[in-house]
Structure formats: structure tokens, C-alpha cells
Write a protein that binds this ligand. Structure first.
Ligand code: GLC
Ligand code: CA
Length: 579
């Protein structure tokens, strides 16, 4: 064992005393974080160069987007080697060095694992194509054509179009819940489960502190593959037959027993379309499955059920209902991870805030929001700067992410829909908004690269960048640092109960966080206009002696105790109430 690996493991043991729920996780989308060698692609040495920045931000864990070797059609979510690092990102030595450095500074490293599918270029799949009798055939899911000669059933994939692709040479179809080049692994096969377990073991032995388990609740399918009656749904219409499928809990428990339980790790499961009982089943400690489920619902608040690319306006009262469910109604021992933006959604300030006139205020208000909610928060790189959507994307050629491209192709080329309408939808919601390079400086390559960046840099780097915000004590970045510190110092903000106030209000979002020691009140204006507000009298009475710990306007804070007060667009107040 190298010295680095040894040091990593020792520091991991030290850290295991911290309650893992109190982590504050920083998502690094590696490709877009920092490029150390001028090839235009972010890499592991680039992260090493920014280790001080990460430490100063105050986060306690870093989650790396997939760095596995991959043809990059889905940027690493199409794996060809679960133990190998993509040469673009660096080497295993770079990885060990990064891990040791993070651990030296008390920061955990969470790896991604993609257990549902591999790339069609993975050696297992190539082998499976050799013939129906090949020992690797059963690593994937094969079915003969249906009676009419078409795919085995009518399910659509998450990219739209059939979930099945014909392999002509062997005359059978394979299942792909995502793109055709991401064939689903057959989790019924114990060898597959063993392989994934061993892959995780490889990283755990190195000293990683946890995993984000990609698409964790779709591993077990209804193996009779019935047709769905939901023929309107464009993406993922087979979901009812594999989400939280028949053997999912058995598989996750096996994962825990064989891999996770042997190390002090924490596991974050990505799961779509889950309800309270599902999350309780996945995360109640005595069930021994996952530690938390990442709550997706808030980030999908605008999506239409039948077509995620079509949007409906969102209302604050709806957001409050979502939060009430996950922060108050969920069993107190079950647990969620919270995020507003990640690499699969648009940028939070452009979506829940106002990235034009009130960019700075709304980004700050949202940082206060995320950092005062119950759960384990995940923030996406650049969120701490209030980085915005890429409004400079104009044509389909500006888009690099496969879901948006597949939708455009399906709707325009196959269904003959109006290209302008479809382009409009794709430009609004594509996942590249959150994947543009990190804005370190206002220079040409934004301090991200000395070369030609793999994805265009947002021209607003001139105004929004780390260098400028580090110098400005009032910047979004400095507020984020303060909020992260506050959350670390006051466990009530993570673990305390969540009690909403003024639940019907469409402008003001207010809630109380409380534990045996402390009681906090958070008041946020989610609207672009000044808003009148009157808190319930019980709270007003306490406010007179409260300390406003973080406030957008000190004077206004004192008026809130008196009666009705008018607060500015995107104002925020965090009070510590007397006990
Ligand atoms: C998850 C990932 C997403 C990826 C998909 C398929 O949803 O977050 O980026 O495309 O899984 O692996
Ligand atoms: Ca590079």
C-alpha cells in the first residue's frame, strides 16, 4: 500500500466520528472545473490546483462526476472500465494524490458509481454480442422480437423512442433504459452484482468515503416486461415496471453487506419518482440500504409529466408543498439529500431566481435557502458564484449533451414537429447550462483553460468570476462561505425540525428550524418585487430579542418584529430566536 493510500485511510477513520448527515457536498463536474494541461478539458490535477479554494469554501465533501474511462457520449455515465480513469482526466496516481490532499484537509471524497448500465463499448457488452451462448450474454437483458416483429414491448427510454434495440446478427433485442449505447446490466445475474461490488471495493480500498449511486432505484425490472398503457409519455414510459422494482431492496442490501458495511462510507442514491414510503424503505437505518436519497422533485418543478422538455410555470406554494413533504412529513429517521442545481438541470439562479436584474440578490437568497433546509445539501460548482444559464446558446450545434440532442432529433426528424418550437424547449432546458466551464477569472479562458474549452465559456465571466468575488466582501461567494460555516457550526440547521410558516404566501417563504438547544427563523422573499409581510404574533414576540445572524437589510430586520414590514426583492433574514 502506498504512503498516500495509507494516509488517506487513516484520516478517513478519524473523520468517521462526524455525523455523515451533516456533510455539505460540493459537486465537481470534473470536465468543467479546471484544466491543468491546456487541452480544454477539466482534469484531476486541475482539482488539485484548486484545493485551497475548495477548503476555503468550507464544504466537507466533494462528489466527483464520473471519471471512469468512457467514450463520453454521456460524459462518463457510459462506462467502459469501472476501475480505470479516463486519460483525459488523469491517472490513478493523480487520483490517489487528490484523495490524500482532500483527506489532509478533512474533506471527504464521494465517487460516482453507475450500476444500471455500461457503455456499449464496454468489453462485457462487446463479448455479449458474440452470440447467444456467450458467457457474457447474460450480463445484459435480451428478448426476442414481439409477435409483430417489433421490439419486445412498447416502453420508451429516458431519451424518447423505444427502450429496445435490435442486434441483427443474433436476432434479439437488448434493453436500454437510457440511450441505445447504454445497455442495461442484468441485475438478476449474480455475476453482474458481484462485478459491481468488486468495482466499488476497488475504490473503497483506495480510501474513498462514499458513493453517489446513479439511478439507484431502477436496477430491478419486472422481468415479464409487460406493455405499458401509458402510451402518451415520451420519456421513460416503462418506469412503473422498474422504478423501485421487485428485487431492488434485496440488491441494495446485498450491496451494503458486501461492500459498504466494511467501510465507514456514506451513500447517496439518485432516485426518480419516489414517494415518502419509498425513501423510508431506502434510508431508514435499520433497513441497511442507502444513507440518503437525493430529492429530485424540486428541480423538476416545471416539468410536464408526459414530456419533461415542456414546462409549466412554477408557484412558490407548490415548492413549499414539496419541501413540506420531504422535510417535515418524512419519517424523522429517514434522510434526503437536497439540491437545486446539478449537472442534470439548469442553473438555480436562472430557474428559481432572476438572473437579469436581481442576479446577485436572488443568488444570495437561494444560498441562504439551500443552507438552511433540513437534509444533506449538495451544491453544484459555480452555484457559489451565482453562475447563470448559458443564454448565449442559439442553435442545436451549441448543445453537447445527449438527452437534448436526442429529443430534438426525435421530435423534429422523426415526428416532424416545428424545429423552432423544439429548439426553444431544448435551449431552455438542456443540461449544458450547468456544465459550462467554471468562471475563475475574466480572462479569455476564464482561468479554466489555456486552450480551447470543450464547451463554450459564458461571456458573463467578465462580471461573474471567482477572482472578483474573492475581493468583494459582499459577493455571493463570500455569503456562501459564511452560510456553509454557519451550517457547520449549528447542527440545528441540518438536523433540526422544519416548521413552515405562512404556507399559502406566494412571495414569502418562511420556516422555523428547531432542536433541543436552538430555534431559528428564516424569512426569504422569493419575488422580484418588494413584498409586504406580517409574521404570526408568536414569532414577532420572539423577534424583539432575536439576533439577525444573516440579513440582507439590518434595518428592515428590526421592523419585522413590530408588525407589517415591506421587504426588498429577494431579501433574506436568518434569525436566531431566544430560547
Ligand atoms: C443520471 C445522471 C445523468 C445520466 C443518467 C444516465 O441521471 O445524473 O447525468 O445521464 O443517470 O446514467
Ligand atoms: Ca485537461
Amino acid at each position: 500500500m502506498s504512503e498516500q493510500v495509507q494516509a488517506s485511510r487513516t484520516s478517513r477513520q478519524l473523520q468517521s466520528n462526524m455525523n455523515w448527515r451533516e456533510n455539505i457536498v460540493y459537486e465537481i463536474y470534473v470536465r468543467s472545473f479546471n484544466d491543468s494541461n491546456g487541452d480544454g478539458v477539466g482534469d484531476l490535477r486541475g482539482i488539485i490546483d484548486k484545493i485551497d479554494y475548495i477548503e476555503q469554501l468550507g464544504v466537507t465533501a466533494v462528489w466527483l462526476s464520473p471519471i471512469f474511462d468512457s467514450p463520453n457520449r454521456d460524459y462518463g455515465y457510459d462506462v467502459i472500465d469501472y476501475r480505470g480513469i479516463h486519460p483525459e482526466y488523469g491517472t490513478l496516481d493523480d487520483f490517489d494524490e487528490l484523495l490524500a490532499l482532500l483527506h489532509e484537509r478533512g474533506i471527504r471524497l464521494v465517487m460516482e458509481i453507475v450500476p444500471n448500465h455500461t457503455s456499449s463499448d464496454h468489453p462485457w457488452f462487446k463479448q455479449a454480442l458474440q452470440g447467444r451462448d456467450d458467457p457474457y450474454r447474460d450480463y445484459y437483458i435480451w428478448r426476442p422480437a414481439s409477435e409483430d416483429g417489433g421490439p419486445p414491448n412498447n416502453w420508451t427510454s429516458f431519451l424518447g423512442g423505444s427502450s429496445w434495440k435490435l442486434h441483427e446478427e443474433t436476432g434479439e433485442y437488448y434493453l436500454h433504459t437510457y440511450a441505445w449505447h447504454q445497455p442495461d446490466l442484468n441485475w438478476e445475474n449474480p455475476k453482474v452484482r458481484q462485478e459491481i461490488c468488486e468495482a466499488m471495493d476497488f475504490w473503497l480500498e483506495k480510501g474513498v468515503d462514499g458513493f453517489r449511486v446513479d439511478t439507484a432505484n431502477v436496477l430491478s425490472k419486472d422481468m415479464s416486461f409487460p406493455d405499458t398503457e401509458d402510451t402518451q409519455r415520451i420519456q421513460g414510459s416503462g418506469e412503473p415496471f422498474y422504478k423501485n422494482g421487485p428485487r431492488i431492496h434485496e440488491y441494495l442490501r446485498e450491496m451494503r453487506d458486501k461492500a459498504f458495511s466494511r467501510y465507514p462510507v456514506f451513500t447517496m442514491g439518485e432516485a426518480s419518482q419516489v414517494e415518502l414510503e419509498d425513501v423510508e424503505d431506502f434510508t431508514l437505518p435499520e433497513r441497511g440500504e442507502l444513507d440518503l436519497i437525493l430529492m429530485i422533485e424540486a428541480s423538476k418543478i416545471c416539468d410536464e409529466a408526459e414530456d419533461m422538455w415542456q414546462s409549466k410555470p412554477w408557484k412558490l406554494s407548490h415548492m413549499k408543498q414539496i419541501m413540506r413533504k420531504w422535510l417535515k412529513d418524512l419519517h424523522p429517521d429517514a434522510w434526503i439529500g437536497l439540491y437545486l442545481s446539478n449537472h442534470d438541470h439548469v442553473r438555480m439562479v436562472s430557474y428559481l431566481g432572476d438572473d437579469k436584474e436581481h442576479r446577485e440578490e436572488s443568488a444570495k437568497m437561494l444560498s441562504v435557502f439551500l443552507m438552511t433546509l433540513r437534509g444533506t445539501p449538495n451544491l453544484l460548482q459555480g452555484e457559489e458564484l451565482g453562475m447563470t444559464n448559458a443564454h448565449f446558446f442559439n442553435t442545436i450545434d451549441d448543445i453537447k449533451e445527449q438527452q437534448a440532442l436526442a429529443y430534438y432529433k426525435l421530435m423534429v426528424e422523426e415526428r416532424g414537429e416545428d424545429p423552432e418550437t423544439i429548439l426553444g424547449r431544448v435551449l431552455r432546458k438542456n443540461r449544458d447550462h450547468s456544465r459550462t466551464p467554471m468562471q475563475w477569472t475574466d480572462e479569455d479562458g476564464a482561468g479554466f483553460t489555456a486552450g480551447r474549452p470543450w464547451q463554450r465559456i459564458n461571456p458573463n465571466k467578465a462580471k461573474i468570476n471567482v477572482r472578483q468575488q474573492e475581493e468583494d466582501p459582499q459577493s455571493v461567494l463570500n455569503l456562501y462561505r459564511k452560510m456553509i460555516r454557519l451550517r457547520r457550526d449549528h447542527p440545528v440547521l441540518t438536523l433540526g425540525t422544519y416548521e413552515p410558516v405562512l404556507e399559502e404566501d406566494e412571495h414569502i417563504y418562511a420556516y422555523v428550524r428547531e432542536d433541543a438547544q436552538e430555534r431559528w427563523l428564516v424569512v426569504l422573499n422569493f419575488s422580484k418585487t418588494p413584498t409586504g409581510l406580517e409574521l404570526p404574533s408568536e414569532l414577532r414576540a420572539h423577534l424583539a430579542e432575536a439576533e439577525c445572524v444573516v440579513c440582507s437589510d439590518e434595518q428592515r430586520a428590526s421592523q419585522l418584529s413590530a408588525g407589517r414590514a415591506e421587504i426588498a426583492p429577494y431579501a433574506y433574514f436568518v434569525f436566531r430566536l431566544p430560547r
